[in-house]
Write a protein that binds this ligand. Structure first.
Ligand SMILES: [Zn+2]
Length: 286
């Protein structure tokens, strides 16, 4: 299984994900102990047996819950170690000044490592509750939830992808520069050395001539409705070639199952999640 933070290659036309980028460093930090992924898998198996996710979207949310639960397990184990180590520091305190019991407690509780651990724990607790809440809303509203259209026009899709690219770290494959400019009204950005790259660079849309609106539509349907077949979806998206839609569905499915889903789909999966979440809250309040 590929590990978050390592280079990946998602198919012809795509460039290697830059291994030294800011986002890959953050993702590597996120992993902390090596067995976090293993623990998340264990949680996922147990949760999936309980919850029985009905589609990709629910599966993604169950995966998020599992990942946060695994992080909280790790945080708990770290806390025990930190408190023990802090307690050991207490042996340096003069027992004539502070009684041994108190010194041990004070040493443990004042350990400087507890502060970042607390922040890590709080972040994953928020993430866990957020994912459980979204999953609950989604399961309650499942029969009535409409599959959203994220963008009304191709131009809006292009704008979205362009602004997503602008937020990504980037290194020119020709000259190594990290500065680039986005050409107004064009789907390219350009390095000072003249090298041009498509705004589809490093995503599953790279090398495809299919409009982004169709790609985003495929993502929404694959995530929300697992039972939809290629010809049905081709009809809905008004695309003649069913084979192409089937290939796109397979590519989206692969990307969704990979740890780099956010990168490969340019965050469209997360956009759909928050859009559904908003729709569900509105539905509950009305
Ligand atoms: Zn360059």
């Amino acid at each position: 299984m590929p590990v978050i933070g390592t280079p990946w290659h998602s198919g012809p036309g795509d460039a290697f994900f830059q291994p030294h980028s800011r986002s890959s460093r953050l993702k590597a930090n996120e992993l902390l102990p090596g067995d976090l992924a293993f623990q998340a898998d264990e949680h996922f198996r147990a949760l999936a047996a309980d919850v029985a996710p009905a589609n990709h979207l629910e599966k993604i949310l169950v995966k998020q819950v599992a990942r946060h639960a695994a992080a909280l397990d790790v945080a708990h184990a770290s806390e025990v170690t930190i408190l023990e180590t802090g307690g050991l520091r207490a042996t340096l305190v003069d027992p004539r000044v502070v009684p041994a019991d108190n010194a041990q407690r004070i040493g443990a509780m004042t350990s400087p490592a507890l502060l970042p651990l607390g922040a890590y724990q709080a972040r994953h607790e928020r993430g866990l509750y957020g994912a459980v809440r979204q999953l609950k809303h989604l399961q309650e509203a499942q029969p009535t939830v409409a599959i959203p259209v994220l963008f009304a026009t191709e131009k809006e899709c292009v704008e979205y992808l362009r602004s997503w690219q602008q937020r990504q770290p980037w290194t020119c494959l020709e000259c190594g520069s990290t500065a680039r400019c986005f050409l107004t009204g064009r789907d390219f950005f350009e390095c000072a050395c003249g090298k041009q790259s498509s705004i589809r660079f490093s995503t599953i849309y790279a090398g495809s001539h299919m409009p982004l609106q169709v790609w985003f539509g495929v993502i929404c349907h694959v995530m929300c409705d697992r039972s939809i077949c290629g010809s049905e979806l081709a009809n809905k998206l008004k695309v003649d070639r069913t084979t192409t839609i089937k290939q796109m569905m397979a590519k989206v499915g692969d990307a969704l199952a990979s740890p780099q889903a956010d990168q490969r789909l340019a965050g469209v999966n997360q956009l759909l999640l928050s859009s559904l979440h908003k729709a569900l809250i509105q539905q509950t309040n009305s």
